[in-house]
Ligand binder design. Sequence first.
Ligand SMILES: Nc1nc2c(c(=O)[nH]1)N[C@@H](CN(C=O)c1ccc(C(=O)N[C@@H](CCC(=O)O)C(=O)O)cc1)CN2
Length: 290
Amino acid sequence: MRTDEGAAPATPSYVLVLTCPDGPGIVHAVSGVLAGAGGNITESQQYGDPGTGRFHLRVQVEVPLARDELAALLAPVAERFGMEWSLDVLGRPLRTLVLVSRAGHCLNDLLFRQRSGRLPVDVVGVVGNHRDLEPMAAAAGVPFTHVPVEAGGKEAAEARLLAMVGEHDVELVVLARYMQVLSDDLCRALHGRVINIHHSFLPSFKGARPYAQAHGRGVKLIGATAHYVTADLDEGPIIEQDVHRVDHASTEADMVGIGQDVEAQVLARAVRWHAEHRVLLDGHRTVVFR
Ligand SMILES: Nc1nc2c(c(=O)[nH]1)N[C@@H](CN(C=O)c1ccc(C(=O)N[C@@H](CCC(=O)O)C(=O)O)cc1)CN2
């Protein structure tokens, strides 16, 4: 069937990611199924971790089949090799909820990149424990929900957050300088689906005030770290990091200002890579197929 403009419809493209015990024949088996289905692999990256014995593979492929038809062909191979795997439509924007407090530089950057088509996410809502960033969300046409976290009110606040995740089929939660510690239960409920930007080059300077710590220590480099959130504060698997030079004349306020750009860029890269299925968990570490 030709489209209005006469161009043949594009062959569907998918991204397949998998992890399994390492061994011979994995790539041969997977590529055999894809070739048998008339597939054309457009990108492929793999890594075998000698430490964990785990094999990780990410493949982008054009296949003239529906997603579920391709999944059905891959399932027996996945079973045979004991794979954890996922198959998604290439470029499908992830339904994302962004949590914020008062600092707006990361939210502003994420909304601009989404609006510019440079971040495969669909921000379905912004949640703030303060109302400071409500105007920024409104200006971007994104619903804002105020969920204050009062003393003794964390459980109720988190119940509202979890309800919103369900109601909006949220696939990814981004902590864009959200300054409340999530409970163990919430971290378990959202395992692997929450990315935080920490405003230091971890493992240095954990906690709520890393720039004060960095200034006090007299560091010459400051940085930012995007990581998956776990119950252990600032200890989650790292996705991306970057640094910027400072010097003896840099005040704490200077560091906060310099850090904002680093934080926004590091978070945007981490969110893009996660949304493109380029980040695979490998125990307490990540494999990132950039
Ligand atoms: N379970 C987790 N929750 C959160 C993490 C995390 O790694 N695991 N990261 C934080 C973000 N963050 C640093 O990046 C951070 C935020 C807040 C605090 C903190 O001590 N907060 C105080 C309250 C501070 C305030 O109200 O301004 C507190 O919760 O008592 C430390 C680190 C997001 N959540």
